[in-house]
Design a protein around this ligand. Structure first.
Ligand code: MG
Length: 659
């Protein structure tokens, strides 16, 4: 304990005097000076000539040829306009901390790393990811302008100076101990540390040849970097995507700086954690257990990038066979959970993705799976490879059910979500869906808008999390209490009506059974049954994409009115009288961006213990809506079957499901 106290105090004194480009001799104890290539460094250090030894160390790093970085090609650097802007803004200390807060805030001439203008946790956490530093590196490499390197080195040392990692007990003894500890919670959260650990490998490559990257700076950099990796090993997150990110990034650390005595330990720890967590966090069907399409995607990239770092540096054999097989299944989930335009549903905290990003992902994965035919099909924008041999597909462990009539751009695709309990990123939305027809997503999910933070931010987050802003059933508009849907039937061999039936005990005294029929591979019939002793308003909610809609309250129907003749009508019948009520509607595709949209509920009074039953038809039409009618074929609810009849124009469809 005494040793820690002394070290802590020396850090503090250092911070009071202001950090400078002084040689940090600790570096010679952290590196394995007996490693090949470091002979000169060792000799000089042994002779007590540490300044010369640091010179030799920098020369070594400027010329070492044997470490490969899978994400950096110094001969082919691309910086988009956005990243160029982040790099230039950063010269004035305007830091791109998080999307949704632009123009970026200014953190002052004398940088205030504790500045927190909006009480959104992400804004403060992610400031410490230094997302503008790698862009500064790219800008430097492309322009050769030393202003970027000079400023980066300054900010790097300034950050170390003002964001010390202290022993908690010692920090408590400081007069401003609480403030220091609060800042540590943001600056040294393991996820943020892992971001820096990965990104600084890139920055190292961009800046190492600059005259501002001095031997003394190198020593500060390496000591700081070592502290980062060790901090993660001692403070891995308990579970979830954070743990995956942290493990992948200590692999990067171990592989990129093998000269550290602890490098092998880092690499092995990361490989071990990922090899274990790919079993813990991925269901047998391939879905990552947070049930969020975005984090599923991120998890694939984590697993895959760890492999790519292993491949370029020759340690693929440290990963078990099942590791690759699992990633392959996870990729299958992605193209199944994608719409024909390559977008994916914004369930949970998922952020919208676009075709460009997805093509990039697929191409990246192809490097590890060059013989995966379906992957090639999507990676080449349907030009090569082979489309999957099936259409509809159930992922029963993760609770995702995809009803689809093809893989081409005109396909109709419903992605239906009814899964097990999950964690923070998952929302109480069981039974919801997104539906894409002829190039249009008619029912996008509300998204998440913001993550956590102060009261105001949480209020906004909670609006988007509500069950009632999803396409599912509520009692008195309250959030469902349980998210643990059970699959009762999945039947896709009958093309007249493919069927999925799920049930969730949404409230203590009310179960929700939802049946979706995909009729003639062209329209949808949704049967909702609310069973149990609960009394109150039972509602079936729907929300459309942005735009206007025609409400027909008398006939309980809402239709879109796009001028391109690609429209749908939503029409509902109940076993008791229904009201069609307009609701507040918002959709968020990106952080702190939201647009208004039509939303509505078909509501029924459940005033005795008989079930509330609804039939909803979602029918695509061009100019004129067809006449549609629907009825239950049995008056009473049945434990193991459902029978309804739908008539569209003159055609009658008898739909039944039994299990
Ligand atoms: Mg949602």
């Amino acid at each position: 304990m005494k040793k820690i106290a002394i070290f802590t105090l020396s850090c503090l004194m250092f911070s009071f005097t202001g950090i400078s480009q002084n040689l940090n001799k600790k570096v010679f104890y952290l590196l394995n000076l007996s490693a090949d290539g470091l002979e000169k460094v060792k000799t000089l250090h042994d002779q007590g000539k540490d300044a010369e030894a640091a010179n030799a160390l920098l020369e070594y790093y400027q010329s070492r040829p044997f470490i490969h970085h899978p994400d950096v090609d110094l001969n082919n650097i691309n910086i988009g306009t956005a990243q160029q802007q982040w790099a230039d803004d950063a010269l004035q200390h305007k830091f791109f901390a998080h999307r949704g807060y632009q123009p970026s805030y200014s953190y002052g001439d004398d940088i205030n790393w504790e500045y927190w203008p909006i009480q959104d946790n992400e804004l403060r956490w992610q400031l410490h990811r230094h997302k503008w530093w790698s862009p500064m590196g790219k800008a430097y490499k492309l322009s050769g302008d030393e202003k970027y390197a000079k400023e980066w080195a300054f900010q790097y040392l300034d950050w170390i100076d003002k964001n010390p990692l202290l022993d908690r007990k010692e920090a408590k003894l400081l007069s401003d101990g609480d403030k220091v500890l609060e800042n540590m919670g943001f600056a040294w959260r393991p996820l943020e540390v892992s971001h820096r650990l990965e990104d600084q490998t890139e920055q190292f490559l961009y800046f190492k040849d600059s005259p501002h990257f001095t031997p003394a700076f190198l020593s500060q950099f390496l000591v700081n970097y070592h502290k980062h990796a060790e901090h993660i090993l001692r403070n891995y997150s308990e579970r979830g995507n954070h743990l995956l990110f942290e493990a992948q990034r200590v692999i990067y650390a171990g592989a990129f700086f093998p000269e550290f005595k602890d490098a092998e330990k880092w690499r092995k720890s990361g490989v071990e954690v990922l090899s274990q967590e790919i079993k813990n966090q991925v269901f047998d069907d391939g879905m990552q257990y947070e049930l969020d399409p975005h984090y599923h995607l991120a998890s694939i990239n984590i697993f895959n990038r760890a492999l790519q770092m292993a491949d370029v540096n020759g340690f693929r054999n440290e990963f078990p066979d099942y590791y690759l097989a699992t990633i392959e299944k996870m990729i299958e989930i992605v193209y199944n959970l994608s719409f024909p335009d390559y977008t994916m549903p914004c369930f949970g905290d998922a952020k919208a993705v676009d075709k460009k990003q997805m093509l990039k992902n697929y191409k990246q994965w192809q490097q590890v799976f060059p013989n995966y035919d379906a992957l090639k099909y999507f990676a080449t924008d349907r030009q090569e490879g082979t489309m999957p041999a099936y259409h509809s597909k159930a992922f029963k462990d993760g609770g995702y059910y995809v009803l689809r009539n093809g893989w081409d751009e005109a396909a109709t695709v419903m992605i239906f979500k009814a899964g097990p309990p999950a964690f923070w990123h998952n929302q109480p939305d069981n039974g919801t869906f997104e539906l894409f027809i002829k190039g249009r997503n008619f029912f996008p999910d509300a998204g998440s808008y913001v993550y956590g933070g102060g009261e105001e931010v949480l209020k906004e987050r909670n609006w988007f999390r509500q069950t009632m802003v999803h396409k599912t059933l509520t009692l008195n508009n309250e959030n469902i209490e349980e998210t643990n849907s059970k699959l009762l039937l999945w039947e896709t061999s009958n093309k007249d009506a493919q069927t999925v039936v799920v049930q969730n005990q949404s409230y203590k005294d009310l179960a929700h059974r939802r049946t979706v029929f995909f009729v003639d591979e062209s329209f949808f019939v949704i049967v909702d049954e609310a069973m149990g002793s609960a009394l109150g308003k039972v509602g079936i909610h729907y929300q459309l994409a942005e735009g206007t809609a025609n409400f027909d309250k008398k006939n309980l129907a809402v239709a879109t009115n796009y001028e391109d003749d690609n429209n749908v009508v939503v029409k509902t019948w109940g076993n008791k009288p229904l009201n069609l009520i307009e609701e507040e509607g918002w959709v968020s595709y990106d952080y702190r961006q939201k647009s208004e949209r039509p939303a509505f509920v078909f509501e029924m009074d459940k005033n005795h213990e008989t079930p509330s039953r609804f039939i909803t038809v979602i029918y695509p039409f061009t100019k004129n809506q067809p006449a549609i009618s629907a009825q239950f074929d049995s008056e009473t609810i049945n434990d193991n079957k459902i029978e309804v009849s739908i008539t569209v124009g003159k055609k009658r469809h008898s739909l039944n499901a039994s299990w």
